[in-house]
Structure formats: C-alpha cells, structure tokens
Write a protein that binds this ligand. Structure first.
Ligand code: GYE
Length: 327
C-alpha cells in the first residue's frame, strides 16, 4: 500500500516537474469549454530558432481558436525532457499527445506506453525512425529531403557554366534530427552528380545563431577558399554571416549562402544580398495540427502523412514577399 502511495506521489511530482520545466515552462491555454473539450499534451523541441518561436506561437494560437486545452512543454533540445513530458501527459490522461521529436531514434518504448494507455500520438514537424508506424496516427510536417534537393538544384544552376571546383562548407542542424539528416541527404544527392561540387567541411551548428557563428569562424580559419555555405537553417546562416564579415569577407558575394526556413530575419538578409537563396520551411503547422487532433480523438481516419506546401526565394522574390511575411 505504502509502495503504491509513494508511486502515486512520485508520479504526481514528475507531472509537476514537467509542468514547471523549460524556459517557457508548461502552460495551459484553457478554452473554457465544457466536458467535451479536447486536451492536448504538446512537447516542443525548444526555442532554438526563429522557426521554432513561430511554430510555438502557431500551435498555441491555433489551440486557443480551436477550443483545445493545451498542455505545452519546452524540452530545451533534450530528448530526455521530451520523454518525461510524454510520460507526464500519459499520467494526466490527456486526449491526444503531439510532439516534435528532437532526434529521430529512441522513441519506441515511450510511444508504446502511450499506445498501451490508448492515447493517440501525432508527430508534428519532425519524424521518428520507428519501424512500427502503428505507434503514431499521423505525421504532419515538411519534406526535408525535398528541401535539401531544392538547395542543391539552385547551386547546380548557379554554377552551370563553370568547370572549376566549388568548395562548399555545411552547417548541419541538430545531430540525429530528421531535418539535419534529410536536408544533408537531399542536397548531397543533387550535387553528388557533379564531381566539381565538394563539401570540404561539415559540422553541426545545432540550429542556433551562436553555434552557427562559432563553427563558421572555425571553418574560415581551417578551410581556405570557401565558395559556398549551405546552412540547414536561417539562424545558423545569420550567425555565419557575422563570422564572415568579422573575417573581412562579403557574405553573398565572396561566399555564397544558401539556407532553409525563410523566417523574417533570413528573408531580410536575403533581400539585403547577404544570403543568395532560401528554401522555405513553414512553421505554421498549428491549424492543421488542431484539425488532425480533433479527428483522431473522434476516431476518424486521417492520412498517415500530411506534407506542408512550400516554396523557395531568390533575393528579388524576398524583397517582394517581405512586407506581407507573417513570421
Ligand atoms: O528548420 C529549424 C528548427 O524542425 C523544421 O528546426 C524544423 C527545424 C527548422 O530549429 O530552424
């Protein structure tokens, strides 16, 4: 008996710990609805980039307008925090769990726990590598391989008239994350067809501006003759721009820059000529996520995969798009 009580107390404490963890902590946006209100537990990756901030805002605002009660938890880029948050959501018996997995692997045990508790799970933004796809109902997000290919296709076109070697440095996203793995693979597939394109240095910048700057500074010291930087997101590209300018070079001219996301700061740098090309990745997943969540809770069929529609931007297109850009 005592054992059971302490287990319950422990469970409660864990729930409280999750409720108060993270920079933003866990917040509930109550819709004020009656008993039929859907409660969603949402485990966010963190607050590492402009993309993530816009994504969090989209999820919180859409929950409110959809009348869904949101229990939001920020994992600060740590898988262990996400696992704790999901376990807490299971204990709290939420109606649906949604999460953006920081890395691809290692989710099966906790996803099985949710399945055993009969709580449906929706993957949003990033994928998991579980072979058992019955562990989640659907996956809403971008096609990151396609994004990498678009980045590569621009580069191939840009250098189509040159036979010289093109030295590329790459700033990868968070190690083991779906966007880092897939953006690398898609890009490599396209540029790999022509031996003149060489990735001469590649390292993670963890999707942050500070790390992007730090790693680019190291690249500039260790690698002579960099022609191109491919950064897996705008924030790392923006940090790298500071490093390039600090080294007395002109971003966008001495070193051509391709990034992914198209958040406002990235688009501004593109319009200013400091970035050459951005592949869009939309963070505005909230409305579709809430729609899918309601369907899943009602036991309705949903597609196994929902892919976000996205475009690309040149410098001229960025100038036109900037005034009406939402994020
Ligand atoms: O590109 C990056 C963020 O998972 C698509 O995560 C997301 C990526 C996004 O930190 O800026």
């Amino acid at each position: 008996m005592l054992k059971r009580i302490s287990a319950l107390v422990l469970a409660g404490l864990t729930a409280m710990a999750v409720t108060s963890c993270g920079s933003g902590g866990t917040t509930s946006a109550s819709s004020g609805g009656g008993d039929s209100t859907v409660t969603m537990g949402f485990s966010q990756v963190g607050a590492e980039s402009g993309w993530r901030t816009a994504n969090t805002k989209s999820v919180q605002e859409s929950a409110k307008s959809a009348g869904i009660t949101l229990k939001f938890s920020d994992a600060q880029q740590k898988q262990e925090n996400q696992i704790k948050a999901i376990r807490s959501f299971i204990q709290q018996r939420v109606d649906v769990i949604a999460f953006s997995p920081v890395v691809e692997s290692g989710w099966d045990p906790v996803l099985k726990e949710a399945q055993n508790a009969k709580i449906p799970v929706i993957l949003t933004d990033r994928a998991v590598d579980s072979t058992d796809t019955s562990l989640y109902k659907t996956f809403l997000g971008s096609d990151f391989v396609e994004e990498g290919k678009k980045a590569g296709q621009w580069l191939v076109e840009e250098y189509k008239d040159s036979t010289d070697k093109v030295n590329i440095v790459e700033l990868q996203g968070t190690t083991g994350s779906a966007p880092a793995n897939d953006r690398k693979a898609g890009f490599q597939e396209v540029i790999g067809a022509d031996a003149k394109f060489q990735i001469v240095a590649t390292q993670t910048g963890d999707f942050t501006r500070a790390k992007g700057k730090e790693v680019m500074e190291a690249f500039l010291k260790s690698t002579p003759d960099i022609d191109v930087l491919y950064a897996h997101n705008d924030d790392m590209g923006l940090g790298a721009i500071e490093a390039i300018e600090g080294a007395g070079k002109v971003p966008g001219k001495d070193i051509k820059i391709i990034t992914v996301d198209a958040v406002k700061d990235g688009m501004q740098a593109l319009a200013d000529g400091k970035i050459n090309f951005i592949v869009e990745c939309s963070p505005l997943l909230g409305p579709q996520l809430m729609d899918l969540a309601k369907k899943v809770v009602n036991g309705e069929q949903v597609p196994a995969r929902v892919v976000t529609e996205e475009t690309t931007f040149t410098q001229e297109q960025a100038k036109q798009a900037l005034p009406s850009r939402q994020y």
